[in-house]
Design a protein. Structure first.
Length: 405
C-alpha cells in the first residue's frame, strides 16, 4: 500500500468537513432522502386513495420513469446554467406536483394522478448525483475516494431510512402525511443544498449545444460511459429483484412483514463495505474492483436463492450487500474519471438514472415471477442481474485496456 493510499484511508473522511463544511454534508444527506421516499409515498397514497394496488403501482412506475427521464436533463441543464438555478426550480416544481397529486388522487381521473406522479418524478431534485459532481470540483485526488465513499453511504442511508420514514409516517398519521414529509425534506434540505456556496465551484460548459461531443468522439469514451450506465442498470435490476424476492421469501416462511428488514440487512452490509473501500490498495484498479465485487455479489445472490431459513437468508443477504456497495462506488468512480470539465452533472445524473430504471424493471419483472413461482424465481432475476454486472465490468475493462494502447 503506498503513502497516498495510507493517507486516504486514515484522514480522508476527516478531511471532508474541512473541504465542504459540515452543513454541506448534512444537507446533502437529508436532501437526498426523498429519492427513496417519493415512489413509495406515491404508491402508498395512490393505493389508499383509489383502493387499487394496480393504480398505485402505475403511479409509482410513472414517478420512476419520470425521474429516469428528468435526471439526465436536469444534470445537463445544471452544467449549462449552474446547479443553484436548476435545483431551486426543480424543488419548487416538485413540491407543487406532489401537493397537487395529494389533493386530486382518488377524486380526479386516474390518468391525471398518474401524470402528476410522473411530473413529481421528472422534477425530483438530483441531490446525490449533483453532489458527486461538486466533489469532483472540490476534492483533490487523495480525498476523492473518501468523498465518493461518503456519497455511497449516504445513498445507502437514504434507501434504509427513506422507506422507513414513509411507512412509519403513513401508519402513525396518514399516507398524505408521508407525502408531505417527503415534500418538506425537499423544500428545506434540497433548497439548502442548492444554495450552499459550493455550487459556485462547479465549472459550467461554455457551449452547451456542443458540449461533450468532441469528448464523446475520444476513442472508447462513449463505450465506457455506456458500460457505466448499463452497470448501474444491472444494479437497479438487482435491487428491485432482491426487494421483491426477499418480501416473497418472508411471506413463504410465515413472517410477511419482515421483507423490509431482510433488505435492510443488505443495505447495512453495503454501507459498511463502502466505508472500508478507501483502504483498498491503489494497485487494485477500478475495473478489478468492479469485476471482483460483482462476482462476490453474484455468489451472495446464489446463496440467497438457495437459502431455506432466516439464518441462511440473513447471512446470504449480508454477503450480497457487502459486495453491492463497492460495485456502486466503483461505477460512480469510473464515471467521475470520464467527466469533462463543465459536464460532470450531466454525466453523473445520466449514469445514476440507470439505477432508477433498473429498480423499476427489476420490480416489474420479479413481481409476476414471484407470483407464479414463489421467491426462488424472483431470486433468479437477481442472479441474472449480478451476472450482467460482471459481464459489463469485464467488457469495460477490455475497452479501457484497448483505449490505453
Amino acid at each position: 500500500m503506498n503513502t497516498s493510499t495510507v493517507r486516504t484511508a486514515s484522514t480522508g473522511y476527516r478531511a471532508l468537513p474541512r473541504i465542504a463544511g459540515v452543513s454541506y454534508l448534512v444537507t446533502s444527506v437529508l436532501g437526498r432522502q426523498p429519492l427513496a421516499m417519493v415512489p413509495l409515498a406515491i404508491l402508498t397514497l395512490a393505493t389508499s386513495a383509489t383502493g387499487s394496488l394496480a393504480i398505485g403501482g402505475l403511479a409509482a412506475a410513472a414517478a420512476a420513469i419520470g425521474e429516469a427521464v428528468g435526471a439526465p436533463l436536469s444534470g445537463w441543464l445544471a452544467d449549462r446554467h449552474g446547479q443553484r438555478t436548476v435545483l431551486l426550480t426543480a424543488a419548487a416544481l416538485h413540491v407543487a406536483s406532489m401537493i397537487v397529486f395529494g389533493v386530486v388522487v382518488g377524486t380526479a381521473a386516474d390518468t391525471t394522478a398518474i401524470a402528476l406522479a410522473a411530473a413529481a418524478g421528472f422534477t425530483l431534485p438530483q441531490v446525490g448525483p449533483l453532489s458527486r459532481a461538486r466533489w469532483l470540483a472540490m476534492a483533490g485526488a487523495d480525498d476523492l475516494p473518501a468523498a465518493f465513499a461518503f456519497e455511497g453511504v449516504a445513498d445507502e442511508v437514504a434507501f434504509i431510512v427513506g422507506p422507513a420514514l414513509v411507512g412509519l409516517t403513513a401508519t402513525a398519521f396518514s399516507p398524505h402525511a408521508a407525502l408531505l414529509l417527503s415534500g418538506a425534506l425537499i423544500a428545506v434540505f434540497a433548497t439548502a443544498f442548492a444554495v450552499h456556496p459550493t455550487h459556485r465551484l462547479v465549472p459550467r460548459g461554455r457551449r452547451a449545444s456542443t458540449a461533450g461531443r468532441p469528448a464523446l468522439r475520444a476513442p472508447g469514451r462513449a463505450a465506457l460511459i455506456g458500460f457505466c450506465f448499463t452497470g448501474m442498470l444491472s444494479m437497479g435490476l438487482f435491487f428491485g429483484a432482491s426487494q421483491t424476492a426477499l418480501t416473497a421469501f418472508a411471506g413463504d416462511i410465515g413472517i410477511p412483514d419482515a421483507g423490509a428488514l431482510l433488505y435492510a440487512v443488505m443495505a447495512v452490509g453495503s454501507a459498511a463495505a463502502t466505508m472500508a473501500m478507501v483502504r483498498v490498495p491503489e494497485r487494485i484498479g477500478p475495473w478489478q474492483r468492479w469485476c471482483l465485487s460483482a462476482v462476490g455479489m453474484t455468489v451472495g445472490s446464489v446463496l440467497m436463492l438457495n437459502a431455506s431459513d432466516v439464518v441462511g437468508i440473513v447471512l446470504a443477504a449480508l454477503l450480497a450487500g457487502t459486495f453491492q456497495g463497492p460495485v456502486l462506488l466503483t461505477i460512480f468512480s469510473v464515471a467521475g474519471s470520464l467527466a469533462e470539465s463543465g459536464g460532470a452533472g450531466g454525466l453523473m445524473t445520466f449514469v445514476g438514472s440507470g439505477i432508477v430504471l433498473g429498480v423499476a424493471a427489476g420490480t416489474a419483472i420479479a413481481g409476476p415471477v414471484a407470483q407464479h413461482t414463489g421467491a426462488p424465481g424472483a431470486f433468479w432475476v437477481g442472479v441474472g442481474a449480478s451476472v450482467l454486472a460482471v459481464v459489463v465490468g469485464l467488457l469495460g475493462a477490455a475497452t479501457s485496456r484497448a483505449r490505453r494502447h
